[in-house]
Design a protein around this ligand. Structure first.
Ligand SMILES: NC(=O)c1ccc[n+]([C@@H]2O[C@H](COP(=O)([O-])OP(=O)(O)OC[C@H]3O[C@@H](n4cnc5c(N)ncnc54)[C@H](O)[C@@H]3O)[C@@H](O)[C@H]2O)c1
Length: 261
C-alpha cells in the first residue's frame, strides 16, 4: 500500500465549526481536496455561504449551516443536520475563535466583559462543538477525530494585553490532552495545532503596525508571518489514518518561534 493513501479522507465526513472564517474555510477546502465530504457551520450566514461556494468550486461536497455554536441546542441541531445529510460524522475541526486584537487591556485591569467574550468565542465554542460531535461519534461507535486550534499564546506570554486569549488557548491545549485521554476508549483521537500569527483579517490591525510586525517577524527563525496554507498539512495529518497512533498532541506551527524560547 502507498503510505500516502493514509492521508486521503475519501468517504469521511468533516464538520468544520467556524468554517466561514479565514482559517476554517482554508482547512475545509483542503480537507475536501483530500477527499472528504464537508459540512461547515458559522454564525455569519454570508461567510458560510461564500465559503461553501469556494469549497464546491474546488470539487468537494459542502453543506453550509448557519448557527451559534456556543449554544448547546444549536450545536446539537448542527451536528444532527450533518448526520442527516451525510449519514455519519468522522472528523470535527474547531475553528471558531480569535478576537484578541479587539480587546487589548492591561492584565491588572482586564475587564470582565472582554474576558467573558473571549472565553465564550474561543473556549466555549470549542467545548460545545466537541461535546455535541463526541456524543455523536461515541453513539455511532466508529471512532473519530477532533482537531482543535490552540495558539502559541497557550505557551508564550505577549506584552500586548492578551490575558483572556492566552487563558482560553491554554485551556484548549489542556482540554486537547484531557479529551484525548477520556475518548481514546471510543477510538476518538484529539489533537491541536498551535499557530503563531497567521495573515488573516483577525490580525490585520496588529500586523498593519510596521513596528509590531517587524518585532514578530524578527523573533521567528523562518522570518515571516504564517499563511493559512501553512496550517492545512498538519490538519490533514491529524484528521487522517496517518495519525492513527497520535493523540493528545499540540503541534506548534510557528516558523520556529517556540524553539527559540
Ligand atoms: N489568525 C491568526 O493569526 C491566528 C493565530 C493562531 C490561532 N488562531 C485561531 O484560529 C481560529 C480561527 O481564526 P481566524 O483567523 O480564521 O478567525 P475568523 O474570525 O476569520 O474565523 C472565525 C469564524 O468563527 C465564526 N464564529 C464566531 N463566533 C461564532 C459562533 N458563536 N458560532 C459559530 N461561528 C462563529 C466567525 O463568524 C468567523 O467566520 C481561532 O481559534 C483563532 O484564535 C488564529
Amino acid at each position: 500500500m502507498n503510505p500516502l493513501d493514509n492521508f486521503r479522507l475519501d468517504g469521511r465526513v468533516v464538520f468544520v465549526s467556524g468554517g466561514g472564517g479565514a482559517i476554517g474555510s482554508a482547512i475545509a477546502t483542503a480537507l475536501g481536496a483530500a477527499g472528504a465530504d464537508i459540512a461547515i457551520a458559522d454564525i455569519d450566514q454570508g461567510r458560510v455561504d461564500a465559503a461553501a461556494e469556494t469549497i464546491r468550486k474546488s470539487g468537494a461536497r459542502c453543506l453550509p449551516l448557519a448557527g451559534d455554536i456556543t449554544k448547546e441546542a444549536e450545536a446539537e441541531r448542527i451536528v444532527k443536520a450533518v448526520v442527516d445529510h451525510y449519514g455519519r460524522l468522522d472528523i470535527l475541526v474547531n475553528a471558531v475563535g480569535g478576537g484578541a486584537g479587539k480587546v487589548l487591556f492591561g492584565a491588572e485591569n482586564y475587564p470582565r466583559d472582554a474576558w467573558d467574550w473571549i472565553m465564550e468565542l474561543n473556549l466555549r465554542s470549542t467545548l460545545i462543538a466537541s461535546q455535541a460531535a463526541a456524543r455523536q461519534m461515541i453513539a455511532a461507535g466508529q471512532g473519530g477525530r477532533v482537531v482543535n486550534i490552540s495558539s502559541v499564546r497557550a505557551q508564550l506570554g505577549i506584552d500586548s494585553g492578551y490575558s483572556a486569549y492566552v487563558a482560553a488557548k491554554g485551556a484548549i491545549s489542556s482540554l486537547t490532552r484531557q479529551w484525548a485521554t477520556e475518548w481514546a476508549k471510543h477510538g476518538i483521537t484529539v489533537n491541536a495545532i498551535a499557530p503563531t500569527f497567521v495573515d488573516t483579517p483577525q490580525v490585520a490591525t496588529l500586523l498593519g503596525d510596521p513596528d509590531f510586525k517587524a518585532g514578530i517577524v524578527n523573533r521567528v527563525p523562518l522570518r515571516r508571518i504564517g499563511e493559512t496554507s501553512d496550517l492545512v498539512g498538519a490538519v490533514i495529518f491529524f484528521a487522517s489514518a496517518a495519525s492513527s497512533f497520535v493523540t493528545g498532541q499540540i503541534l506548534t506551527i510557528d516558523g520556529g518561534l517556540t524553539a527559540t524560547q
